[in-house]
Design a binder for this molecule. Structure first.
Ligand code: ATP
Length: 235
């Protein structure tokens, strides 16, 4: 579904990605793990077209996307729930969700998807008229995931959904990510520092260090790998 081929991405003169290649098959949950500053967020930004790679190629469903605008990439079926949640704090829950569906014209589909996210996260239905900024951290993360879902993506990019949340909330959110994958068939690309949880959820994983991929394997084998255990699982 997604093929990233040897991308090099920069912020001005700073090279954040130094030849990254990743493949994601339809229906998979893959995770990209690594330390702070390794280049995980930059990888997602390269896919979504926000920080396009200077070299290399990215294909989505066999179409090149490394030269497309972010809104075109969303329209093709890729949406992102960014790190830090980045919801619109002054807009209501409902308005935040409407923004997720901004590029869609199918009113019936939008209504169904709204029901679907309210079903996944009933608390958001209760708080639909409330400003996003008044929600708790966990609820804001739920809203960010729901907003990404409202674009009806084929591929959903999730940037650190566990960040700053209590373990019980993280478990709930990860259960829902699994549900979205199983029930909706949405392919998931999960960036996480919480490698422990991410490797339990994912089918496969990539490990990133200093802008390059150092390991790729099934999630089960990565979780059993001694180097991964020492560096990322605290074992
Ligand atoms: P984190 O978990 O902290 O988000 P990460 O693995 O997602 O880390 P990136 O945010 O992709 O890492 O950062 C990769 C590198 O690019 C780092 O060296 C970082 O300092 C640098 N970087 C990221 N954003 C910018 C920016 N806007 N301008 C300049 N350098 C940046």
């Amino acid at each position: 579904m997604l093929r990233i081929v040897d991308i090099h991405t920069y912020y001005g003169n700073i090279q954040a990605l130094k030849g990254v290649s990743i493949e994601v098959a339809e229906g998979e949950i893959i995770t990209l793990i690594g330390a702070n500053g390794a280049g995980k967020t930059t990888t997602l930004m390269s896919i979504s077209g926000v920080v396009p790679p200077r070299e290399g190629e990215i294909f989505f469903l066999n179409e090149p996307i490394h030269n497309q605008s972010p809104d075109r990439i969303v329209a093709m079926g890729i949406s992102q729930a960014p790190e830090g949640r980045r919801i619109f704090p002054g807009l209501t829950v409902r308005e935040n969700l409407d923004i997720g569906a901004f590029l869609r014209k199918d009113k019936d589909g939008i209504r169904k998807d709204l029901e679907y996210v309210f079903d996944l996260f009933p608390i958001l239905a209760e708080r639909r008229g409330q400003a996003g900024g008044t929600l708790s951290g966990g609820e804001q993360q739920m809203l960010a995931i729901s907003r990404a879902l409202m674009a009806r993506p084929k591929l959903m990019l999730l940037d650190e959904p566990s960040l700053g949340l209590a373990p019980i909330i993280v478990e709930r959110i990860f259960d829902i990510i699994r549900k979205i994958n199983e029930e909706h068939g949405t392919t998931i690309f999960l960036v996480e520092q919480n490698a422990n949880m991410a490797l339990k959820l994912a089918n496969r994983g990539y490990v990133m260090e200093n802008g390059i991929i150092t390991l790729v394997d099934s999630a089960a084998r990565l979780a059993a790998n001694e180097d991964v255990k020492k560096a990322y699982l605290g074992i």
